[in-house]
Design a protein around this ligand. Structure first.
Ligand code: DQA
Length: 145
């Protein structure tokens, strides 16, 4: 059994990675990213539990579950809910598990509505703008917590 457990939660439209605006989000699918995380997790002795939902409440439930299951950290790419969801902000504050906000793109170089992050108000830190590598860099950060 791995020494640590890290949840990797993905929000709306990220199931379409690979075909969704590849000039912004790259050509790797979410499954490709999951495989990279599992491989790096094995080297770091971290088990990865990765999920995706287009529904805000599922993400809230999974944040609660991460605490119940004893996860040492959560990597959260909440997609567009990043910029709208007080429920995710409250859930992150409620669980007491460090959450690392992840984005493939750098929202600060994009439309103004993406410059606000409710997730970021409660996250331990944010890694954005490195494509699929954002997830791997966030896993390295989780390993060091
Ligand atoms: C995203 C950035 C968000 O603004 C956008 O709504 C997404 C993806 C990213 O990973 O770059 O769905 O979270």
């Amino acid at each position: 059994m791995a020494a640590k457990l890290v949840y990797v939660l993905n929000g709306p439209n990220l199931n379409l990675l690979g075909t969704r605006e590849p000039e912004i989000y790259g050509s790797q699918t979410l499954d490709d990213i999951g495989a990279l995380l599992v491989a790096r997790g094995e080297e770091l002795d971290i088990a990865i539990d990765m999920r995706q939902s287009n529904h805000e409440g599922h993400l809230v439930d999974w944040l609660h579950e991460a605490r119940a299951e004893g996860a040492s950290a959560v990597l959260l790419n909440a997609g567009a809910y990043t910029h709208t969801s007080v429920a995710l902000l409250d859930a992150i504050r409620a669980i007491g598990v460090p959450v690392i906000e992840v984005h493939l793109s750098n929202p600060h170089t994009r439309e103004g509505f993406r410059h606000t992050s409710w997730v970021g108000m409660a996250a331990k830190g944010t890694i954005a703008g490195f494509g699929a590598d954002s997830y791997l860099l966030a896993l390295e950060a989780a390993a060091r917590l």
